[in-house]
Design a protein around this ligand. Structure first.
Ligand SMILES: Nc1ncnc2c1ncn2[C@@H]1O[C@H](COP(=O)(O)OP(=O)(O)OP(=O)(O)O)[C@@H](O)[C@H]1O
Ligand SMILES: [Mg+2]
Length: 420
């Protein structure tokens, strides 16, 4: 069956013409805007295209000009069907690449015949070559004007987006600071209370005042960490992460991470192995507290996403002027298509409905900010971080490996010379 693509944004016209065409024995495909029309033409490969001119996005002239550059659509008859019947509208349609022009309102009785005529090669003419040249020039100028207008709109929209984005990150940074201050006070007083011998009970005795205090203190600590993560992501986003420049002993950073994680959450039955390479890792320059956090997030993940009886191996090697650290686990693994996305903000693989927050519990999810923070910190040190995994499997546990590269020399030399 002969297929016609009808490009029209007015629903009433769409219905009317579709009915006539179907009655005439044509198959009809529809599109209602410029970009949609180009996609539909590519997809449907119609035998003829009826083009309304006043459509949103690219207009009918522009769509026609574009279609003429596409393989397989160069020869398809395109007929402008439009209410634009001022002087020159017909000519404009023709110089844009249309083969014919049918003014609206359409003549219902003649419509089928008109289309069949175009289908077998009828071509409308512009007039004299001089007239055609004049219309072409005018069409060109019009295109450039439209282009300018669109670029201006895009630039304005982009500036507005950036302004809103900055407002948002300023707000988050401010809110983070405001939340952190009282939390620090709460945490401090809690520690004073806990050190008071007058508080009855043992920490291990379920339900004793001392036990309750320690629970509150854990929760406050977790809350501060969440706020810290949110704050860090905002600082990374806003390019405002201030790093100190100090010698960093990778071995002690990793040991302190492990020490911290051990004091956290439920006891997990995992083997943690530190390879020989870690002890031999060179001293690098950077911000030890930030790197602690970056590496800590990766190790915390490898513990979280590995079931009991699994193993986490941390090792390092020196390659010329970088140190390569890797954290390998025997956990659930990561689907190949997600390996890049897990480093994006708020990205968590699990079903959010099943969410339970923890740093170390098996599959205890978080905000999905850990990897973003790690990546931001490592990249701020001019390093790289990426993940490898054969895939996700909750029965076979293929495991994942996270790799970090950190420059050994002064990692800030290039960025600072380049002026931030
Ligand atoms: N070692 C790993 N094994 C399997 N999946 C992982 C591993 N590390 C990260 N992922 C996946 O990547 C996602 C993003 O990790 P990320 O650390 O950013 O967030 P999170 O651990 O869910 O929360 P947060 O770190 O903010 O507490 C995780 O939800 C998890 O699905
Ligand atoms: Mg995490």
């Amino acid at each position: 069956m002969t297929k016609i693509l009808y490009v029209e944004d007015d629903l009433a016209s769409q219905r009317l013409v579709q009915r006539i065409l179907t009655a005439e024995g044509f198959e009809v495909a529809l599109a209602d805007n410029g970009l949609g029309a180009i996609e539909a033409a590519r997809r449907e490969k119609p035998d003829l295209i009826l083009m309304d001119i006043n459509i949103s996005g690219l207009d009918g002239y522009e769509v026609t000009t574009r279609l003429r550059t596409l393989e397989g659509l160069r020869e398809v008859p395109i007929i402008a069907v439009t209410a634009a019947t001022l002087r020159g509208d017909r000519e404009r349609a023709l110089v844009a690449g249309c083969n014919g022009y049918i003014p609206k309102p359409i003549d219902v009785d003649r419509f089928g015949d008109q289309i069949r005529a175009y289908m077998v090669g009828l071509e409308d003419e512009v007039g004299t070559p001089e007239e055609k040249a004049e219309y072409l020039l005018e069409y060109n100028q019009r295109l450039v004007n439209r282009l300018e207008e669109k670029i201006r709109e895009l630039e304005n929209a982009n500036a507005e987006l950036q302004r809103v984005e900055k407002m948002k990150s300023d707000f988050v940074i401010l809110a983070g600071h405001e939340l952190r201050t009282p939390l620090t006070v709460i945490y401090g007083y809690l520690q004073i209370l806990r050190s008071n011998p007058a508080i009855p009970g043992e920490e291990e005795t379920e339900g004793s005042p001392r036990h309750l205090l320690s629970k509150v203190s854990d929760a406050v600590k977790r809350l501060s960490e969440v706020i810290q993560d949110i704050l860090n992501v905002s600082l990374i986003d806003a390019n405002r992460l201030d790093l100190s420049h100090e010698p960093v002993f990778i071995h002690s950073v990793i040991q302190s991470v492990l020490h911290n994680l051990r004091s956290f959450g439920p006891q997990r039955n995992l083997t943690l192995e530190l390879g020989q390479g870690i002890k031999k890792a060179p001293v690098i320059e950077g911000d030890p507290r930030r790197l602690h956090q970056a590496i800590g997030n990766l190790i915390s993940n490898s513990i979280k996403y590995t079931p009991d009886n699994g193993k986490v191996t941390i090792d390092a090697e020196t390659l010329e002027d970088v140190v390569h650290i890797w954290i390998k686990d025997t956990g659930v693994g990561i689907p190949p298509q997600e390996l890049i996305h897990i480093f994006e903000r708020f990205y968590v693989l699990e079903d959010v409905a099943l969410h339970r927050s923890s740093k170390t519990a098996f599959k205890g999810g978080g905000l999905g900010l850990g990897l973003v923070v790690s990546k931001g910190i490592i990249e701020a040190h001019n390093g790289k971080v990426w993940a490898e995994s054969p895939g996700y499997d909750e029965e076979k546990f293929p495991g994942s490996t996270f790799h970090i590269l950190l420059p050994i020399g002064n990692p800030f030399a290039t960025t600072e010379e380049g002026g931030k």
